[in-house]
Design a protein around this ligand. Sequence first.
Ligand code: E4P
Length: 217
Amino acid sequence: MKFFVDTADTKDIAELAATGLLDGVTTNPSLIHKAGRDFVEVVTEICGIVDGPVSAEVVALDHATMMKEAEILRKVADNVCIKVPLTLDGLKTCKALSSEGTLVNVTLCFSANQALLAAKAGASFISPFVGRHDDIGYPGMELIADIRLIYDNYDFGTEILVASVRNPIHVLESAKIGADVMTAPPSVIKMLFNHPLTDKGIEGFMADWAKTGQKIG
Ligand code: E4P
């Protein structure tokens, strides 16, 4: 499963990229607001840090203006992935861009039928939001399992990008279902490295090693 980080904070992105485990980045208008930086400038910087897809979202709601915004964004770098909302105009834009070979991430997906439409529109990625589904009392991971089944039934090449990931259980469940990608905030990705028994084990080994009085090299 590929790991994307969901942030526009370039310090966090650089830190995670240095692990060699980061496959891409997703941003959205709220994350750009949080970063407090110029949109095109920050996307340009992110594309210089990460080789994989960097999602940059259009903010227009009509097809013609979405295409104009996408034109500006896709010029930033070859790894820019245009993010469009799951609306009729968004999918029309997805079809046009993907036909031209541009990467497209269809965002704000909340049903398996929406995911089916996005795949038919040639999306490179579909972003179902699991956390926001959980928030309203619907088990978000069931949506991921349904989309996996449908995409496998028809051999769709669209990658399932699990979004709105809030905790390590979402990551584990995504991997068990066979999602292609998950995107999570830096804090959630960092949690994946940790286990109290790992810390306790290191502590014990270090204490015993110190007693040997040895050094390596
Ligand atoms: C994905 O591309 C979105 O930016 C993101 O995962 C939304 O997460 P949230 O529901 O925590 O805002």
